[in-house]
Design a binder for this molecule. Structure first.
Ligand SMILES: Cc1cc2nc3c(=O)[nH]c(=O)nc-3n(C[C@H](O)[C@H](O)[C@H](O)COP(=O)(O)OP(=O)(O)OC[C@H]3O[C@@H](n4cnc5c(N)ncnc54)[C@H](O)[C@@H]3O)c2cc1C
Length: 384
């Protein structure tokens, strides 16, 4: 039987496991490896911060994929050896005919001096719980929200977090005693979506009284004097610092020979194939140059991980079955929760090859309900 190994049980990996088992039931043995026994759904973390979800509501056990004939192997991927067609997991060898890498981006707070002592963030489950606790204890002062370094996952999430915090403090009746400011190394919000949408997102921040400071890349944090120092000579003070940590990939990816552009794996943007014919990579672990070149690379987002996983599975299935493969079209959409039971929505073709390119729908109840549907579809249908 053909052996397919999927590395990573996050958004791209879990979706790929379900998709491959649907396309190739009985024809392949699928093994999914993850260091965790759980699949997490990060789009729900901002709701967790707000107290609208409990931690146990935003994950599912990976063993549930057994119902789809997927073997789950819990363990650390220590090395990926594409020349040998094998991976090493916790000291033992796993051989494959096809490999799909979806090991995501890893948070690296230690890359910035002072970050671990000073900053909170909603970018993993523990971080989201801690941030929610800190907000509930905050009794006024300056909340500084921002993005430390590029690239980072989910271009909208930090802006969404700032808007939700504004909502949170208004609901508590204490917005007058809280200043919220935002910083980013980007030239404008959501640069991959174009200037027009960036302008709309900036206007939303302004309407909520959140000054936006662009082109500020974090250098170090002095937690004693509560100052963030940026490259150049700018600095900003804070009472509560909420910052997205720098991102990288795990050692196994960096040392695999697959990563060639910094820590990320370059793939063919249409097929998801890496520099090895039998190795595909999807999601945050990849780097994909856009044809339009409007941004250095395609942003990292779950919606892309899902679309790319679908294409990679189509291509693996076509090789196994001797059929024609598929091409990914660069389509993506994301929600921007704004509080008051509303969300905005951005969607379109991020390769800039199809018209209309990318559009933004203004915040409304419909898009908030649509995000609820996506959460249900993911956690309850994929992991039923
Ligand atoms: C707060 C927040 C909100 C977000 N909101 C949205 C949204 O609304 N829409 C959207 O499209 N995207 C959103 N995202 C982004 C989205 O979650 C990611 O882009 C998506 O999870 C990427 O999927 P992935 O499979 O590439 O990586 P991941 O989902 O991160 O999965 C990687 C997996 O690999 C495992 N792993 C890593 N290294 C190893 C190793 N060495 N050995 C074993 N296992 C390993 C990890 O445990 C993990 O399970 C959000 C992200 C955050 C943090």
């Amino acid at each position: 039987m053909t052996e397919v190994v999927i590395l990573g049980g996050g958004v791209g990996g879990a979706f790929a496991a379900a998709e491959l088992s649907k396309r190739l039931r009985g024809k392949v043995q699928i093994t999914l490896v993850d260091r965790e026994g759980k699949h997490y759904f990060p789009p729900s973390y901002p709701w967790l911060v707000m107290g609208w979800r409990r931690p146990e509501q935003v994950w599912r056990p990976l063993t549930r994929l057994k119902a789809r004939n997927v073997r789950h192997r819990q363990g650390e991927v220590a090395s990926i050896e594409p020349d040998e067609r094998r991976v090493i997991v916790d000291g033992s060898e796993l051989r494959y005919d096809y490999l799909l890498v979806s090991l995501g981006a890893q948070l690296e707070p230690s890359a910035i001096a002072g970050f671990e002592e000073a900053a909170l963030h909603p970018y993993d489950l523990e971080g989201a719980v801690n941030l929610g606790d800190a907000l509930s204890r905050f009794d006024g002062g300056k909340v500084l929200v921002g993005i430390s370094r590029l690239p980072f996952k989910c271009p909208a999430a930090p802006y969404e977090m700032a808007l939700l915090m504004d909502y949170y403090f208004r609901r508590k009746g204490m917005r007058d005693s809280v200043d919220i400011e935002f910083f980013t190394p980007e030239p404008s919000p959501l640069p991959a979506a174009g200037k027009d949408i960036g302008g709309k997102a900036a206007a939303m921040m302004e309407e909520r009284g959140i000054p936006l400071h662009t082109k500020r890349e974090m250098d170090h944090i002095d937690s004693e004097s509560r100052l963030v120092h940026f490259r150049g000579d700018a600095q900003m003070d804070y009472d509560l610092l909420v910052a997205i940590p720098p991102h990288t990939t795990c050692d196994a990816v960096r040392n695999s020979g697959l990563a060639k552009d910094g820590p990320w794996i370059p793939v063919d943007r249409y097929t998801m194939q890496s520099s090895y014919d039998d190795v595909y990579a999807v999601g945050d672990v990849t780097i994909i140059k856009t044809p339009s070149g409007n941004v250095p690379a395609l942003p990292k987002a779950g919606v892309f991980a899902e679309g790319q996983a679908k294409t990679a599975c189509q291509n693996i299935a076509s090789e196994v079955l001797g059929r024609t493969g598929g091409r990914w079209d660069g389509y993506g959409m994301c929600f921007l929760e704004t509080g008051y039971g509303r969300a905005g929505m951005v969607r379109g073709n991020f390769f800039g090859e199809a018209q209309p390119a990318i559009a933004m729908r203004k915040p409304g109840r419909l898009w908030h309900w649509a995000k609820l549907f996506v959460e249900w579809r993911w956690l309850d249908r994929l992991f039923r």
